[in-house]
Design a protein around this ligand. Structure first.
Ligand SMILES: [Zn+2]
Length: 223
């Protein structure tokens, strides 16, 4: 794999647009599983993928590259063409969790995961890796498909348990519902997702309560 793949991927997505970017593709050891990211600054595209990607077929790698390119260009360049590579990549990333070893950083999150699993998923949701993220106010939780990991903001560690449970439940629903891919865009919060989310008691109130609570928090370390 080399830098020119970014250009090749771009031209398949946007055959009528010109590619006038410097591009760099690197495999990085700082990612878990099959995570990756992309950054566009001025005329430079930097794409980083985890080292594990090196063992994956070039077709699927190209699908990843193209998915990331549509993320940074969809506002600027509009609809991209849908490529077979992107389809392959989406299939891969939805199934990769099967092969990924799980890590649990926090027994507390695991205990909550199991409780919610029993309550809302008949205990059938396969366990993900679970870890604390940064003290983030913008991002209270996330589910990374590429590493099958749920990450929760550190602010939730000492928050009311109901708040952590609600955010965790949302991320578990991402694992259950995955995403659909249409017209070059991924839909993560489908109608079925939202219907499931609304089953959580006081869901509507919590949508407001939790951000209000987090907004007032300061970073407290070592408690
Ligand atoms: Zn979400």
């Amino acid at each position: 794999m080399n830098d020119s793949l970014i250009e090749q991927g771009f031209k398949e997505l946007y055959p009528n647009k010109e590619f006038h970017y410097i591009s760099a593709l690197k495999y990085s050891g700082k990612f878990n599983g099959f995570n990756a990211n992309v950054r566009l600054s001025l005329n430079k595209i930097e794409l980083h993928m985890s080292k594990d990607w090196q063992q994956i077929s070039e077709e699927i790698q190209m699908g990843l590259i193209q998915s990331l390119l549509t993320k940074i260009f969809h506002k600027k360049l509009g609809k991209a063409l849908i490529t077979n590579n992107i389809d392959l990549y989406n299939k891969f990333i939805k199934n990769v969790h099967i092969a990924i070893p799980k890590e649990v950083e926090s027994e507390y999150i695991l205990q909550k995961f199991n409780k919610l699993n029993d309550q809302y998923f008949d205990g059938l949701l396969e366990q993900t890796s679970l870890k604390w993220g940064q003290f983030s106010k913008n991002k209270l939780g996330g589910y990374e498909y590429g590493s099958d990991t749920i990450v929760l903001s550190r602010y939730l560690e000492h928050a009311p348990e109901e708040y952590l449970e609600y955010v965790l439940y949302h991320e578990m629903l991402h694992k259950k519902h995955k995403f659909s891919h249409n017209n070059g865009r991924s839909l993560h919060h489908s109608r079925a997702f939202k219907a499931d989310e609304a089953k959580f008691p006081r869901a509507e109130k919590l949508e407001k309560e939790i951000p209000n609570y987090i907004a007032k928090k300061r970073i407290i370390r070592g408690i």
